[in-house]
Design a protein around this ligand. Structure first.
Ligand code: TTP
Ligand code: MN
Ligand code: MN
Ligand code: MN
Length: 392
């Protein structure tokens, strides 16, 4: 199609960590399509294809305006043959046949429903599908043994699959703040993940906890969890201890996986419903929550009660020593693709290994210290990108 206005050719650097990606996306039709194919690949154990689609979507998210013609895309990085075919299909036919057929495929729908259960990953979902289980009803009637996480995930399925609002995240922040300062005065918490990037909703709420004196944070998580449990705020929790020192046997700067080794707690919070007028009076949120939880008589099937006064929310807590805090903060702020790209940049462009614990320079054979995110970007030779522009 000839366009009356000559559209400029876009120019975008190839690593997502070199770009500023805000939440303002001018190409949602294209990025939604590519993200769906990425999700399908990830759920199908095709991680390579998944990353390729994620990178392609991220390039389009970073564009300053809507794509008006295919010719504008020439020279853009990360747009492979497959992604370009999807874009052209949408361009010419209004939709991508591959995306549309994936959306309605029984396998994709079943993978989505089953991995929507907290504690169920792609491998488990795939095994269940091969045994003829495609939905929650079939799962419940199958006699499959579920672990504790999966049982809790099934019990709170609807709540957990409903997006968490910023207001709910703030209410939980207050509760966690109270827990942390009660068990260790001077300890600090910070909201990380998508909410730190400015998102208005999320699938969970992520917190990083530290103490300004190195070592004081040791043993903190079990105390925080006990406090929250005693106050009735936890529907489920699984705490994993710190294993960073053990992992040094794996060799310097070569973490065995992207998983970090901080003491962490994956939990499901019982968040009392916020009254509309009471929510303004933020000082009272914790008090209101405490009262609401003390009243509750647990019904047999908690989600079935129509007038229940709470909802279940996924919350991740991580404890970091102050010496690793900047790395932990950078690592837990995301987005996942931004993190992946930072590590790829470090390795292939700088000969360094970045994790949520440290930065190791393979040439100088030493760890590079940092007490802020800005210093880490500087070590990596990157312009500082603030959290709100890491939405790749
Ligand atoms: P998520 O909470 O999964 O993602 P998010 O907060 O960006 O998006 P959402 O709004 O849907 O919750 O992860 C947050 C960050 O934590 C992400 O950048 C990756 C990091 N992370 C780790 O470093 N290690 C881990 O084991 C996990 C699960 C996450
Ligand atoms: Mn813009
Ligand atoms: Mn999150
Ligand atoms: Mn999380």
């Amino acid at each position: 199609k000839p366009s009356p206005v000559k559209s400029a050719v876009f120019s975008v650097p190839s690593y997502a960590c070199q770009r500023r990606t805000t939440l303002e996306n001018h190409n949602t039709v294209l990025t939604d399509a590519l993200s769906l194919l990425a999700e399908n690949a990830e759920l199908s154990d095709e991680d390579g294809r998944g990353v390729a689609f994620r990178r392609a979507a991220a390039v389009l998210k970073a564009l300053p305006s809507a794509v008006m013609s295919i010719s504008q895309l020439s020279g853009l990085p990360c747009l492979g043959e497959h992604s370009l075919r999807v874009i052209k299909d949408i361009w010419e036919n209004g939709a991508s046949s591959e995306v549309e057929s994936t959306k309605v495929s029984e396998r994709f729908k079943a993978l989505k429903v089953l991995t929507g259960i907290f504690g169920v990953g792609a491998k488990t979902a795939d095994r269940w599908i091969r045994e003829g289980i495609h939905d929650l009803h079939q799962l419940q009637n199958s006699g499959q043994t579920l672990n504790r996480a999966q049982q809790a995930g099934l019990q709170h399925y609807d709540d957990i699959n409903q997006p968490v609002t910023k207001a709910e995240a703030c209410a939980i922040e207050e509760i966690v703040e109270k827990a942390v300062s009660s068990v260790l005065p001077g300890a600090q918490i910070i909201l990380t993940g998508g909410f730190r990037r400015g998102k208005q909703t999320g699938h969970d709420v992520d917190f990083l906890i530290t103490h300004p004196e190195e070592g004081r944070e040791v043993g903190l998580m079990p105390k925080v969890v006990s406090w929250l449990e005693a106050q009735g705020f936890l529907l489920y929790q699984k705490t994993t201890r710190n294993s960073y020192l053990e992992s040094k046997a794996d060799g310097p700067g070569r973490p065995p996986s992207n998983m970090d080794r901080f003491e962490r707690c994956l939990s499901i919070f019982k968040l009392p419903k916020m009254e509309k007028q009471g929510a303004k009076d933020s000082q009272n949120v914790t008090e209101n929550c405490l009262q609401a939880n003390q009243k509750s008589d647990e019904p047999e099937c908690p989600e079935a009660a129509p007038d229940r006064r709470w909802r279940a929310v996924r919350v991740d807590l991580v404890v970091s020593p102050i010496s690793q805090f900047a790395f932990a903060l950078l690592g837990w702020t995301g987005s996942k693709l931004f993190e992946r790209e930072l590590r790829r940049w470090a390795r292939y462009e700088k000969g360094m290994s970045l994790s949520s614990h440290a930065l190791y320079d393979n040439n100088q054979r030493k760890y590079l210290r940092a007490s802020s995110e800005e210093e880490i970007f500087a070590h990596l030779g990157l312009e500082f990108i603030p959290p709100s522009e890491r939405n790749a």
